[in-house]
Design a binder for this molecule. Structure first.
Ligand SMILES: *[C@@H]1O[C@H](CO)[C@@H](O)[C@H](O)[C@H]1NC(C)=O
Ligand SMILES: *[C@@H]1O[C@H](CO)[C@@H](O)[C@H](O)[C@H]1NC(C)=O
Ligand SMILES: *[C@@H]1O[C@H](CO)[C@@H](O)[C@H](O)[C@H]1NC(C)=O
Ligand SMILES: *[C@@H]1O[C@H](CO)[C@@H](O)[C@H](O)[C@H]1NC(C)=O
Ligand SMILES: CC(=O)N[C@H]1CO[C@H](CO)[C@@H](O)[C@@H]1O
Length: 289
C-alpha cells in the first residue's frame, strides 16, 4: 500500500513537470458533483444556506417543529443499517408513505455502512443489491437502473466513487466519480438541515430534518424520536427511519429509503472501505455534471 502511494506521488511529480499533463491534472481537480450540500458532503457556504428550490413541497401527515424545539439527533460513531429503497415514478404519489408506497414503484434491497473512527477518516458505503439509485439524467447509466451498484466515500480521499458490477449497462465504467471534494455526512449533519417537522407512522414518532436544493429538489431525513444509549459513546444515538429525495424523473420522481435493521454496536469490517483497483483511474461518471 505504502509503495503504491509513493508511486503515485512520483507519477504526479513527473506529470507536474509536463505542461500538457499539468493542464490535464488541473482539469481533474475541478469539482465533481454537487458543491453545495448544506454541509452534508462539503463545506457550508458563507451564507449558511445553499440556494433553495423555488418549488413548493407538501409534507403529508407532518407538522412543523419550531427550530428551537427540534430534538438533537446524532448518528452513532459507527453503524450498519439494512434498507429497502423504493423508486416511485408518479410525481403525485408524494412521500412519506404509511409505511410503504402503493401503486407503481420498483425497489431494491441494500445496506449502508458508516464509521467515523477509521484511520482514513469518516467512511461510508452504500450497497444497492439490484437497482442503483436513479440519479443520472442522461447517458448510459440513465436508460434503466436495473443494475447493482455501491457508493464508496472515504473522507481522506475527498472522493465519492460509484462502483459498478458485472450487471452494469453496456459501455458503463467499472468505477467512476460522483463527488469530489466530497465527504460522508458528519454525525451531527441534521443540525444544518433547516426543515424541521414531526409525524407518527407505524406508531413510531419521527423527527424530520430536511432541506431543498435549487437543482435537486427536496431531501428529508427522518429519525426515530426516541434515542438509544450505546455502550461506547456518551451521546445517545438516533436510529434512522427513512430518507427520501427526488430522482431522475424518467425512472423515479421520488426515492424512498425505508431503513430496517440497525446495528450501532458492531464496527464495520475494514474491508468494506477498500477502494477497488478499478477506481484508481476513475473519472467523472457518464451523464454526471
Ligand atoms: C424556478 O426555477 C426554475 C429553474 O431554475 C426557473 O426556470 C423558474 O422560472 C423559477 N420559477 C420561479 C417562479 O421563480
Ligand atoms: C434490465 O436490464 C436488462 C439488461 O441488463 C434489459 O435487457 C432489461 O430490459 C432491463 N429491464 C428493465 C425492466 O428495465
Ligand atoms: C459537527 O461535527 C463536525 C465533525 O465531526 C464538527 O467539526 C463540528 O464541530 C460539529 N458541530 C457541532 C455543532 O457539534
Ligand atoms: C410506471 O413506472 C414506469 C417507470 O418505472 C413508467 O415507465 C410507467 O409509465 C409507469 N406506469 C404508470 C401507469 O404510471
Ligand atoms: C412526539 C414525541 O414523542 N416527541 C418527543 C421527542 O423527543 C423529545 C425529547 O428529545 C420530547 O420532548 C418529545 O416530546
Amino acid at each position: 500500500m505504502k509503495s503504491f502511494f509513493i508511486l503515485l506521488i512520483t507519477i504526479s511529480f513527473l506529470l507536474q513537470t509536463d505542461a500538457y499533463a499539468n493542464m490535464r491534472s488541473k482539469k481533474k481537480t475541478a469539482p465533481i458533483g454537487p458543491t453545495c450540500t448544506q454541509g452534508g458532503h462539503n463545506p457550508l457556504p458563507p451564507s449558511g444556506v445553499c440556494p433553495k428550490s423555488n418549488t413548493t413541497f407538501v409534507f403529508p401527515g407532518m407538522h412543523d417543529v419550531p427550530a428551537s424545539q427540534a430534538a438533537v439527533h446524532r448518528w452513532a460513531p459507527w453503524f450498519s443499517v439494512e434498507w429497502v429503497f423504493y423508486y416511485v415514478f408518479d410525481p403525485a404519489n408524494i412521500p412519506p408513505y404509511f409505511p410503504v408506497p402503493q401503486g407503481n414503484f420498483t425497489f431494491t434491497n441494500g445496506r449502508t455502512y458508516f464509521d467515523d473512527t477509521t484511520e482514513r477518516g469518516r467512511c461510508m458505503r452504500e450497497v444497492y443489491d439490484t437497482r442503483c439509485i436513479p440519479i443520472f439524467f442522461t447517458d448510459v447509466l440513465s436508460t434503466n437502473n436495473n443494475y447493482s451498484c455501491d457508493f464508496l466515500n472515504i473522507a481522506s480521499t475527498q472522493t465519492a466513487y460509484l462502483i459498478l458490477h458485472e450487471d452494469r449497462p453496456k459501455g458503463a465504467p467499472e468505477c467512476c466519480i460522483i463527488g469530489q471534494p466530497f465527504h460522508p455526512p458528519s454525525r451531527n449533519f441534521s443540525d444544518n438541515l433547516y426543515i424541521k417537522k414531526a409525524s407518527t407512522i407505524e406508531g413510531i414518532d419521527i423527527d424530520w430534518n430536511g432541506l431543498t436544493l435549487e437543482d435537486a429538489g427536496l431531501f428529508l431525513y427522518g429519525f426515530y424520536n426516541k434515542t438509544t444509549v450505546i455502550p461506547h459513546d456518551p451521546i445517545p444515538a438516533s436510529r434512522p427511519y427513512v430518507f427520501y429525495m427526488m430522482g431522475a424523473p424518467q425512472i423515479a420522481t421520488w426515492m424512498y429509503q425505508k431503513f430496517g435493521d440497525w446495528d450501532p454496536i458492531s464496527k464495520p469490517d475494514p474491508r468494506v472501505w477498500e477502494i477497488p483497483e478499478s477506481c484508481r483511474q476513475a473519472t467523472v461518471c457518464p451523464g454526471w455534471g
